[in-house]
Ligand binder design. Structure first.
Ligand code: GLY
Length: 262
């Protein structure tokens, strides 16, 4: 069954890490309501949502995409670039334990799941403020036995690779070309975000639909014209914490029923 691990919003989300956004007050209750709507959207699409409890020690804990890269064969547990976030991996590793063998990225590597975009057997790995070349190298080492190849891509203008580019099916992407080196993606068809919606490339493919923030209506219309079925969610409060739609879930296929411990 298609499964999504999520983690509910901490009351202390205002203390989150920020790289490219100025800090502004975040209404934790509103953020939690938007996150619940996101979880419910996944449930309505047929996902088994495993919603973990927040931990006050981790204001960014809801961004479960970053502590792990979950593939069909293995979960690669990340050593995150943001030191304040490294402890988040323990709860995610425990939640993944019934489903996947786990491999751990080690010092001096840093890597965050938001920097890893899978298309088929290729893992594009952003080299960013959070992910270094050793992180990409160790990701390749952990996954090569399963026939993955890792392709590094420079990220200069945003938090993670997937802030700037995300898959649309097997051979296309949506991208903001101004934020990353596009050379590694030259074999893919590229849909460009609207000029005045620079953050619109972070979209989540789920159950044949495209989930994206409601704040990017021009890009949404472009995708709909191209034939995609789009679900637009209001994540305005979460966006103040530099959120997109991919980072709030870890999506993978689980075999059989959910174990009683998960
Ligand atoms: N606030 C999201 C992050 O910086 O990791």
């Amino acid at each position: 069954m298609w499964t999504a691990i999520t983690r509910r919003v901490s009351d202390f989300i205002s203390r989150c890490e920020l790289e490219f956004l100025p800090r502004s007050p975040i209404d934790a209750a509103k953020a939690a309501a938007q996150h619940l709507a996101y979880e419910n959207c996944l449930r309505q699409l047929g996902f088994d949502v495993i919603s973990l409890s927040p931990d006050p020690a981790f204001p960014d804990g809801l961004f479960v995409e970053d502590p792990a890269v979950v593939l069909d064969e293995v979960a690669v547990m990340c050593r995150m670039g943001a030191k304040s976030r490294r402890g988040e991996a323990d709860a995610i590793a425990a939640a993944l334990a019934p489903y996947r063998r786990r491999e751990w990225i080690r010092e001096p590597a840093t890597i965050e799941g938001g920097d890893v975009m899978r298309i088929g057997k290729t893992l594009f790995c952003g080299i960013s403020r959070r992910t270094n070349r050793e992180g990409a190298r160790q990701l390749a080492q952990a996954t090569e036995r399963f026939s993955y190849r890792v392709v590094p891509a420079a990220v200069s203008g945003c938090l993670h690779l997937k802030s700037a580019i995300c898959p649309l099916g097997a051979d296309a992407v949506i991208a903001n070309r101004n934020l990353i080196d596009m050379q590694p993606f030259e074999d893919l068809s590229v849909f460009d975000v609207a000029d005045d919606e620079p953050g619109a490339a972070n979209v989540l493919e789920a159950a044949g639909k495209i989930i994206m923030p409601a704040s990017f209506p021009k890009t949404r219309r472009m995708l709909e014209k191209a034939g995609f079925e789009v679900i637009a969610l209001d994540i305005s409060e979460l966006q103040k914490a530099e959120a997109g739609v991919t980072c709030s879930s870890l999506i993978f296929k689980a075999e059989g029923n959910r174990p009683l411990t998960a």
